[in-house]
Design a protein around this ligand. Structure first.
Ligand code: ASP
Length: 609
């Protein structure tokens, strides 16, 4: 292969084949950089050695497909190229074949960065020739292989489940496939293999996995694709811990392919703790957590400072971002006030409190609580440790009259302040440097979030929805206490998420394995018996034939690969992705279909008024 030749190969006869990356014409000498999947090698065509090969090289252009026969030779002293893996040698060609010519491409696959992504997607075959893309798909392959091997060694069986099926309730819209044979009926593409993997547990397969394609018709946010790949697994008789261990095992194997040695077990935290400490159910633990100052601001102090008497007061630190000029600080306070709008939350200026004798003790107390925060990592280990830069301390208080709940949510203050924490972490990323990749395991802060709420109140539809999916088992204690009917908001689920650096990598749960509980959950979600039967009759039936306790999880493979490849978007690690408008620009899909096809499917397009 082109990229594999080294000084040790000097003197060997070789044939290299690939694409012309670049051509330089020096009269009697023509240099072709020939590229294949492994990299580049310089091929020299010397008129004196082969006039015929030299003549062919004169007509060669970028992206022509060539084969060169010749000898590997060390480059002359001073002519080595240290930027090329093969830079110490070149291939002196005795023969050159032009296997195919190429039009001038709309962009050169030899370039590192191509600004126009639409052009890249339209000419994806050229884009995928680029070194970076070739690397991304090698990473993808290695990651998938490591995961497959790990799970296989742990006794998991890879079993395929259908693409043409019926609706699965993962909370997104389905893609539908019309049936020709059954006019007017539709298959749904699976949003996940959820029901099938549970049925496989009923069938006694014990441990299942699949690197499965899933389809969800959602309005695409930046990092979503309508079809994506999950590492999907399910097992019988598991404790949550069994599943955590399995996932930690395959993630360790996957990260090892990129030379990163993860430390397990990962941190655990309940949903409530995540909200209280990070204001979000997917904590970014690269930065210190929020600090509870509710008790520090006593009733008397609150009265003096016009702060709501009981609601939470929260603080957080953005490391090394505290050196602000007066103007910068005023700008920051304005920005924080804009962020909160008129919700009632406000910035408390601790530095200012210090200058006032009656509030200075409060300022000290606040600083003491903040300094005791264990996630406020010690300075050592951070770049430039010698020169300490002050941290930015942000304390947020509720003004008098701030509501205790917002959209029925009593935790809204934690979430709002958590949002600000993330916003400022982004803003000051250059200062704290905690988002900067160091290429070590320290870059990856994993955690498990457990005990999610079972239900979510949907204010628009005025109904309770399943927060995960309706096959998730509620906590035994909450079932026993009758909360499924009496206090849905308080029901905890045996559901868990795996989170990395503030993004959810996957979620799963221990499932319901009893028909009565499953029917009760469906009922509590507003599904009457007729609807249950119509949508999930087969599943409820299956639950009655000896269903073992079971549970599982699914993690997004695309995102894991994106992280390990250091890619900036999911589209960089999906060979043929769709745009944000769900269009495949290369094949130009979706498209209208012929009258004939529509007729066969008994479909007619009706213009919407
Ligand atoms: N089917 C779920 C999902 O796609 C994952 C799981 O519960 O295993 O999110």
């Amino acid at each position: 292969m082109c990229g594999e030749l080294r000084a040790a190969n000097a003197g060997e006869d070789v044939v290299v084949m690939g694409w012309v990356n670049r051509r330089r014409d020096h009269g009697n000498l023509i240099f072709l950089d020939v590229r294949d999947r492994s990299g580049l090698v310089q091929v020299v065509l010397d008129k004196e050695i082969s006039a015929e090969a030299h003549a062919k090289a004169e007509t060669a252009r970028p992206e022509f497909v060539v084969a060169a026969t010749g000898k590997v030779r060390r480059r002359g002293a001073g002519l080595e190229n240290p930027n090329m893996a093969t830079g110490e040698i070149e291939v002196v060609a005795s023969e050159l074949l032009l296997l195919n010519d190429a039009k001038t491409p709309p962009f050169s696959p030899a370039e590192d960065a191509i600004a126009n992504e639409e052009v890249r997607l339209k000419y994806r075959y050229l884009d995928l020739r680029r070194v970076e893309m070739q690397k991304n798909f090698r990473v993808r392959h290695e990651v998938a292989r490591a995961i497959r091997n790990y799970l296989s060694d742990e006794g998991f069986l890879e079993i395929e489940t259908p693409f043409m099926t019926r609706s699965t309730p993962e909370g997104a819209r389905d893609y539908l496939v019309p049936s020709r044979v059954h006019a007017g009926s539709f298959y749904a593409l699976p949003q996940s293999p959820q029901i099938f993997k549970q049925i496989l547990m009923v069938s006694g397969f014990d441990k299942y996995f699949q690197i499965a394609r899933c389809f969800r018709d959602e309005d695409l946010r930046a990092d979503r694709q309508p079809e994506f790949t999950q590492i999907d697994l399910e097992m019988t008789f598991p404790q949550q811990e069994t599943i955590f261990k399995t996932v930690e095992g395959f993630l360790t194997a996957a990260f090892r392919t990129a030379g990163i040695e993860l430390t397990t077990p990962f941190v655990h935290m309940t949903y409530d703790e995540a909200i209280r400490r990070y204001g979000i159910d997917k904590p970014d633990m690269r930065l210190p957590a929020m600090v509870e100052l509710t008790e520090t601001l006593t009733r008397g102090l609150r009265e003096a400072l016009k702060i709501e008497p009981v609601l939470p007061v929260l603080g957080f630190v953005i490391p090394s971002a505290g050196a602000l000029s007066g103007t910068q600080k005023r700008g920051l306070v304005d920005e924080i006030r804009r962020f909160f709008g008129d919700c009632g939350l406000d910035f408390l200026d601790v530095a200012r409190l210090k200058t006032n004798a009656s509030f200075a003790p409060l300022a000290d107390a606040i600083e003491a609580v903040v300094a005791a925060e264990p996630t406020l990592a010690p300075r050592s280990g951070r770049e430039g440790g010698a020169q300490e830069v002050a941290d930015l301390l942000v304390v947020i208080t509720p003004k008098l009259g701030t509501p205790a709940t917002w959209n029925y949510d009593p935790q809204w203050i934690y979430k709002k302040v958590g949002g600000l924490r993330l916003e400022l972490a982004r803003k000051f990323a250059d200062k704290h440097g905690l988002h900067t990749q160091t290429g070590t395991a320290a870059d990856y802060k994993f955690c498990w979030v457990t005990d999610f709420p079972m239900y979510e109140w949907d204010e628009e539809a005025k109904v309770w929805q399943a927060a995960h999916h309706p096959f998730t088992s509620p906590h035994e204690d909450d079932i026993k206490a009758g909360r499924l009917t009496s206090d849905k908001g308080a029901v905890r689920a045996l559901a868990y998420d795996i989170v990395l650096n503030g993004t959810e990598l996957g979620s799963g749960s221990i499932r319901i394995h009893r028909k009565d509980v499953q029917a009760e959950i469906f009922r509590s979600l507003g599904m009457d018996e007729a609807e249950q039967k119509a949508r999930f009759g087969f599943f409820l039936d299956a639950l009655e034939y000896g269903t073992p306790p079971h549970g599982g999880i699914a993690l997004g493979l695309d995102r894991i690969v994106m992280i390990l490849a250091g890619a900036s978007s999911l589209r960089e690690v999906i060979a043929f992705p769709k745009t944000a408008k769900a269009i495949d620009l290369m094949v130009d899909a979706p498209t209208p279909v012929s009258e004939q096809q529509m007729k066969e499917l008994s479909l007619r397009i009706v213009a919407r008024s």
